[in-house]
Design a protein around this ligand. Structure first.
Ligand code: SF4
Ligand code: SF4
Length: 175
């Protein structure tokens, strides 16, 4: 399974949704958020739209095996499994020491992907909701945001329960 996180992406999260896999991937803040959502009955959704700023193509973080890449050797190992990632060139590190890449498919003048139709799966799914739990961030200036919302089904159920309760009350009082 291929996933895209921070400025982008990750690959190779086989069993990516198992409890153990999540335990390994989530950051401390991510666990705090997950518990808060569980307690409040909310879920996280992605809202907004792409404004074609290109930041997520120019400042890319990659993850493999549940860990953000820190060394070129890790990246080279990744290329043997995912040769399509050769489009990413190492540009430096972020403040936490994780590798940063830029994508050679990004066309600076037009601000769009050179082959948008065939962009990687990790690009299609950006920003992946897992990012909210793994310690990554949506780029500043990105048109997407994460929002914690009460699911529609819950609002509907609450409304129906309220109406049902009112009807029962009316019946019992004979109004
Ligand atoms: S493949 Fe296209 S969409 Fe994906 S990072 Fe590269 S330029 Fe951006
Ligand atoms: S708005 Fe967000 S998704 Fe669109 S190009 Fe910018 S960083 Fe990427």
């Amino acid at each position: 399974m291929v996933r895209r996180f921070n400025g982008k992406s990750s690959m190779d999260n086989t069993n990516g949704n198992s409890f153990i896999a999540r335990l390994k991937r989530y950051s401390i803040l991510g666990w705090f958020r997950a518990i808060r959502l569980k307690c409040s009955g909310k879920k996280v959704v992605v809202t907004g739209s792409c404004n074609l700023c290109g930041r997520c193509c120019r400042r890319v973080s990659l993850e493999a095996g549940g860990r953000w890449l820190r060394s070129e050797a890790e990246f080279n190992r990744l290329l043997t499994i995912y040769p399509e990632y050769r489009r990413f060139s190492l540009t430096g590190r972020d403040s936490q020491g994780f590798l940063l890449f830029t994508c050679s498919w990004y066309d600076e003048p037009s601000g769009v992907c050179r082959d948008h139709e065939n962009r990687l799966e990790i690009c299609r799914s950006y920003p992946d909701i897992d990012l909210y739990f793994t310690g990554g961030e949506i780029h500043g200036g990105c048109g997407y945001q994460f929002s914690e919302v009460v699911p529609f089904e819950k609002i509907l159920k609450r409304e129906l329960d309220t109406q049902h309760g009112s009807r029962r009350k009316k019946k019992s009082t004979g109004d």
